[in-house]
Design a protein around this ligand. Structure first.
Ligand SMILES: [Zn+2]
Length: 89
């Protein structure tokens, strides 16, 4: 029986083989879900995935697209909204 704080579903269980043939279970934090478009809900491309402490030192251009609303809206929705002047107030 694992320790009480490990008896949860938010940790990923990984079976590691031992030289003697047995195995031990390692507990690892799950990766967050991919960011999605604020309008259509499609998952965004060109956005870094993984936990924050893994991607925080990556270059800005790797973390999200450099166009307007990059990392928030998908390319199609941005194109559509800009052509319709939705963002102008
Ligand atoms: Zn979209």
């Amino acid at each position: 029986m694992p320790r009480p704080r490990l008896r949860t579903n938010f940790l990923k269980k990984i079976r590691k083989k031992l030289p003697g043939g047995g195995y031990v279970i390692h507990y690892k934090k799950r990766n967050p879900s991919l960011p999605s478009c604020a309008e259509c809900g499609k998952s965004l491309q060109g956005v870094a995935k993984g936990r924050f402490n893994k991607i925080k030192n990556a270059a800005k251009s790797i973390k999200k697209p450099t166009r307007k609303y990059g990392g928030n809206l998908c390319a199609n929705c941005t194109k559509k909204n800009i052509s319709q002047n939705v963002f102008k107030s």
